[in-house]
Design a protein around this ligand. Structure first.
Ligand code: NAD
Length: 332
């Protein structure tokens, strides 16, 4: 039976992994994986990690010295894994390339609707028997221009949802797929034009050196006054300080985030009885037109089932000497 140490485990992770397979000897850890915790994987052939674990060269070296041969990421992104170090140590890295683009796309739309129609504020008011409507005015999405940055799996689902609302959809992608766009009634354009025209801008690109701070001071200055920004991809796509500045000046009309630059050690945790040290996060929470969820866009039953199934498949294939399924292995 292959032995696997799993890190940053929440109850839903445990359920989805155990439901996918009884033939793995799981060691579940609530703490995150890093160089300082890697010794806990001693005796395991593989580790299973998530978005906020730190698999840098030191961590991978320590894992290798304890006999670990496989890192199975239970997520799509792998920006927190030093792939070069893994390759030089002979550690193979797998991931779950897609679990449910619908989960993430639908959450981004849910955030936008909540923010625009002030559902979060209305919910709290009504619970306090305050049935007034002051300050709850939103706008019709119908007829508005939505800018989709990144038309991969999630961006395409989101574009289709916005088309369903009767929006004009403008898209920007480094590798545009014109036949998909023509079939869906989506128009590709360059980034400056998208920034200039869109009433709503939603991000669906991965975090890469060239997408880091794709929304910075200059990008914000190019946008329409009152633009709404939605980010369910990665926190570092947006320069938080610049967005705070644009919110204070009124340039930006609203921001909905499921990811945040400095989310590590904060998101996924219950810090309700602690003093939060991150001043920008607290400043963001002080705006009535900012809505934040803590990296939950993926959290649907369907996505969790798929994450469990593919992660277990990756673990079992590599432990029995088979090749992992197509697109699941990542190399540098
Ligand atoms: P994908 O790989 O299918 O699509 C990414 C798209 O971005 C591709 O079309 C690609 O061509 C485009 N792209 C890459 N570099 C670009 C650049 N420099 N400029 C413009 N476009 C560029 O990925 P996906 O499955 O759609 O996921 C998108 C992102 O969503 C992931 O990278 C991840 O960061 C994020 N995500 C978040 C959650 C969550 O729970 N919040 C869950 C899953 C994924």
């Amino acid at each position: 039976m292959t032995r696997v140490a799993v890190y940053d485990v929440k109850s839903y992770d445990r359920q989805c992994l155990e439901a996918a397979s009884g033939s793995i000897d799981w060691e579940f850890h609530e703490f995150r994986l890093s160089a300082s915790t890697a010794a806990s994987a001693a005796g395991c052939e593989a580790v299973c990690a998530f978005v906020n674990d730190t698999l840098d060269a030191d961590c991978l070296q320590a894992l290798s010295s304890h006999g670990v041969k496989h890192v199975a990421m239970r997520c799509a992104g792998y920006n927190n894994v030093d792939l070069r170090a893994a390759a030089s140590l002979g550690i193979r890295v797998t991931r779950v390339p897609a679990y449910s683009p619908y989960a993430v796309a639908e959450h981004s739309v849910a955030l936008l609707l909540t923010l625009n129609r002030k559902i979060h504020r209305a919910y709290n008011r009504v619970r306090e028997q305050n049935f007034s409507l002051g300050g709850l005015v939103g706008f019709d999405l119908h007829g508005k221009t939505v800018g989709i940055i990144g038309t991969g799996k999630i961006g395409r689902v989101a574009a289709n949802i916005f088309k369903g609302f009767g929006c004009e959809v403008l898209a920007y992608d480094k590798f545009p797929d014109q036949s998909w766009a023509a079939a869906c009634g989506v128009e590709y354009t360059d980034l400056p034009n998208l920034l200039r025209k869109a009433h709503v801008i939603s991000l669906y690109v991965p975090l890469l050196p060239e997408t880091h701070y794709i929304i910075d001071e200059n990008a914000l200055a190019a946008m329409r006054d009152g633009v709404i920004l939605v980010n369910t991809s990665r926190g570092k796509l947006i320069h938080t300080k610049a967005v705070i500045h644009a919110l204070k000046s009124g340039k930006v009309g609203g921001v909905a985030l499921d990811v945040y630059e400095e989310e590590q050690g904060v998101f996924f945790e219950d810090l309700s009885d602690q003093v939060i040290q991150n001043d920008e996060l607290i400043r963001l929470q002080g705006f009535p037109n900012v809505l934040i969820t803590a990296h939950q866009a993926f959290l649907t039953e369907e996505a969790l089932r798929q994450i469990g199934k593919v992660t277990v498949d990756n673990l079992l294939r590599l432990s029995t000497g088979s090749e992992p399924a197509e697109h699941t292995e990542v190399t540098c």
